[in-house]
Ligand binder design. Structure first.
Ligand code: BGC
Length: 753
């Protein structure tokens, strides 16, 4: 079908065009056989292939799907902070998709983790857009190198599950541009996806599927997206409005329903044929781009399970390890308590649910590695975590009393965390908390292994010495956890989100799910660590935190310049040495802080990271390059990114709270928001700050004994804030209204020159 797309469109009848823009059934598009335009298959995504048989498909993971590899879900993957392994996973999923003739994989999913309660937090990458964007771009590029299209989702502002098909995310433009859109922007600009999925929700009053600002202005015109926009499943409320907005393919099929609406709208002139052609063009381009996705290679599962294990090993996060309780000793008796050890929860519920081909049972993996005895008790009823019962606790406590070392497996099971519903609170199931408390009372060195796709409350945290977080790390979770616990693998994951002490501290607390429709993102740009740092709130574990069995020393932070123009880039390098006894990996993180700002900005923001492997004694130099955007904020009045002149701190460290080295660079930028016009309301301060108007201001102020014009640039704010018209209004002023108008005219003349 590789013909000129325009030529194909010219041959299509209006009816055929209408056919192409809505799906046939659940996961298949419609063909136009007359012109050899094939139907194509799509599938979830994002962390494995959920290929369903025709006629038995659904968008909530209810029905069966073909066996596949379940890789770490988004939240786990992002804790790896590793674009390389994320890319390897993206490519592997692409390979598995091809084996089913799937051309479009519905993922990656990387809405910002705004609240720990979002039911899909386990699927999403991070609370930080830079981290999410880098990983998404790596995944997309790698997946598409196999010929399968990625379909990043859910664009945009879909940060809760509650009423997701009708809610209205009310997000101010700065928060959109700085927090909720940049990961998509990076995914589009760096990953170049061939498709993208629009979200269910309304964004600032308009359904994403009908949002021309989002889909056309921002996505296509500003970011240069040239792929197909696909609706989330059932996200189209008005097919005609969606075509007009640039929403190309409606999924799933609606029978004749949408065709009828479109026909009518075309006849009534509400939608033009040119607008429909644009959708058709994007869909045809997607078909052409995915032609290679049809070759089958069916023998990849075994290879991919090994990759799933490797990926999980990168992702697990060692949150606490006081007194080096971990790694465990292989020869000592070990009690494994908690049913999640025998039945690991390695993924979440909903459309991303993969029928895993092979699942590593953590308990068995521990037994394989241990040289001593491994005792086991479930500790709680896996299907009823809210009932605390001696039937489970007593046998577990008996084993805890006998063993030299104890592991307690707790977490959220799928019924707590699933697509389509948010969690009610941050609590773990009661029986899980009870098990931890009781075991710690008799065995203070007991290690907790926590599985959850989002932060949970940990009322026992002060008493626990070692804590390993697994997130939902895919079907290799069991083997990765066992190898890390026994020290065969050195943990290297870092949190991609902050773990707050309690839900009330979370920035979205007051307005998450606040009403049936409008969800005000009142915290603005202060999401995740940007909030906790600005409010100086203590947290349980900070963004970027994760321990290792070795220690890394940071030195020689070097900036290639101390002063720079905003158009230049800054190269930052730092040496990191493994000063411990074992090999390990470190995620080196770089943050930028604007030291003095005219708009409220976060204390610091992540603008670079690299994961490096180091043998004991080895040193590597890590280099980052920062461009203008790393220093900028979004200026909503100008509708553009702005940099303010002044000092910026560059800090490098092992987490957002463990900064090892800092330095300052002075950036010279064009005056931020230079005066365009002067009115009687322009303030003395504004006129004093602009070298063009300052001399005139001095001339006027000299006429009043009240002011010392030379001091005005640095005068106290109460003076700088006075508007020009006060020259005339103040009692005793010699400056008449006439003169004031003359001054305004003179000042504007100066600006125009
Ligand atoms: C989900 C999407 C998914 C689609 C198809 C929707 O309910 O929000 O993420 O790709 O179903 O299963």
């Amino acid at each position: 079908m590789r013909q000129d797309i325009r030529a194909i469109i010219d041959k299509l009848s209006l009816e055929e065009k209408i056919t192409l823009v809505t799906g046939a059934d659940f996961f298949v598009s419609r063909a136009v056989e007359r012109l050899d335009i094939p139907a194509f298959k799509m599938s979830d995504g994002p962390h494995g292939v959920r290929a369903q048989a025709e006629g038995a498909a659904d968008h909530l993971g209810l029905h069966a799907s073909a066996e596949a590899t379940c890789f770490p879900s988004g939240a786990a993957m992002a804790s790896g902070w590793d674009p390389e392994i994320t890319a390897a996973v993206g490519a592997a999923i692409g390979e598995e998709a091809k084996a089913h003739g799937i051309r479009v994989m519905l993922g990656p999913a990387f809405n910002i983790k705004r609240s720990p309660l979002c039911g899909r937090d386990f699927e999403y990458y991070a609370e930080d857009p830079y981290l999410a964007g880098k990983l998404a771009a790596a995944y997309i590029r790698a997946m598409q190198s196999t010929g399968v299209a990625a379909c990043p989702k859910h664009f945009a502002g879909n940060n809760q599950e509650d009423r997701r098909m009708v809610s209205n995310s009310v997000i101010d433009e700065r928060a959109l541009r700085e927090i909720y859109l940049p990961a998509f922007e990076m995914a589009v600009k760096e990953g170049k996806p061939w498709s993208i999925m629009c979200a269910y929700n309304r964004l600032n009053g308009v359904f994403c599927s009908e949002n021309g600002w989002l889909l056309d202005q921002v996505l296509r015109k500003e970011w240069g997206f040239d792929g197909a926009v696909i609706s989330d499943w059932g996200a189209v409320s008005d097919r005609a409005k969606a075509v007009k907005a640039g929403m190309d393919l409606e999924m799933p099929g609606t029978g004749e329903f949408s065709d009828g609406i479109l026909r009518k709208a075309l006849t009534a002139g509400e939608v033009s044929e040119a607008e429909l052609d644009a959708c058709v063009e994007h869909i045809l381009r997607l078909i052409q781009r995915t032609e290679a996705a049809v070759e089958n290679r069916n023998d990849v599962l075994a290879e991919h399970h090994a990759l799933a294990r490797r990926a999980a090993e990168e992702c697990l996060v060692l949150l606490k390890n006081e007194g080096h309780v971990l790694p465990l000793e292989k020869t000592r008796t070990l009690a494994v308590l908690g049913a999640l050890a025998e039945h690991p929860r390695y993924q979440g519920g909903g459309s991303s649910h993969v029928a895993s081909w092979q699942v590593d049972n953590t308990l068995e993996c521990l037994r394989e590695l241990a040289d001593g005895e491994v005792l086991y008790a479930p500790g709680y009823d896996l299907t009823d975590g809210e009932s605390v019962s001696d039937e489970y606790l007593v046998p577990a406590m008996e084993l805890a009393g006998k063993a030299d070392q104890v592991l307690v497996f707790v977490g959220l099971t799928e019924q707590y965390e699933t697509e389509g519903a948010d969690r009610a609170d941050m609590k773990l199931p009661k029986a899980h908390d009870a098990l931890v408390r009781q075991v710690l009372a008799v065995h203070p060195d007991a290690v907790v292994v926590l599985t959850a796709g989002a932060p949970v409350a940990m009322p026992w945290i002060e008493d626990v010495k070692a804590l390993l977080s697994t997130y939902t790390a895919g079907d290799g979770l069991g083997s990765a956890a066992a190898r890390i616990l026994f020290g065969e693998v050195n943990p290297s994951g870092k949190l991609a989100e902050t773990m707050p002490i309690c839900l009330e501290h979370n920035p979205s607390y007051l307005n998450f799910r606040e009403s049936k429709t409008d969800i005000r993102y009142a915290e603005g740009v202060f999401v995740g660590y940007r909030w906790y740092e600005k409010r100086k709130l203590s947290v349980l574990f900070p963004f970027g935190h994760g321990l290792s069995y070795t220690t890394f020393a940071y030195s020689h932070l070097t900036l290639d310049k101390q002063r720079m123009n905003e158009t230049e880039s800054l190269t930052v390098s730092v040496d990191v040495m493994n000063v411990g006894e074992v090999a390990g990996k470190e995620v080196v993180q770089l943050y930028v802080s604007d030291m003095e700002t005219s708009v409220p900005r976060p204390v610091k923001e992540l603008k670079g990271f690299t994961k490096i492997a180091l043998e004991p004694g080895e040193t590597k130099t890590v280099t980052f390059r920062l461009n203008r955007r790393a220093f900028a904020f979004y200026d909503t009045l100008d509708g553009d990114w702005a940099v303010e002149s002044g000092e910026f701190e560059i800090s490098v460290g092992a987490s957002s709270a463990d900064i090892r080295l800092r330095d300052i660079v002075t950036v010279e930028a064009a005056p931020w928001r230079p005066l365009e016009t002067v009115t009687q309301e322009t303030t003395f301060g504004e006129l004093a700050d602009d070298p063009r108007t300052y001399p005139l201001l001095c001339k006027y102020l000299r006429q009043s004994p009240m002011y010392h014009p030379e001091e005005m640039p640095d005068a106290p704010e109460f003076l700088r804030n006075l508007p020009l018209w006060t020259l005339n209004h103040m009692a005793g002023s010699e400056i008449t209204k006439q003169m004031l108008l003359q001054y305004v005219a003179e000042l504007n003349d100066v600006l125009r020159k």
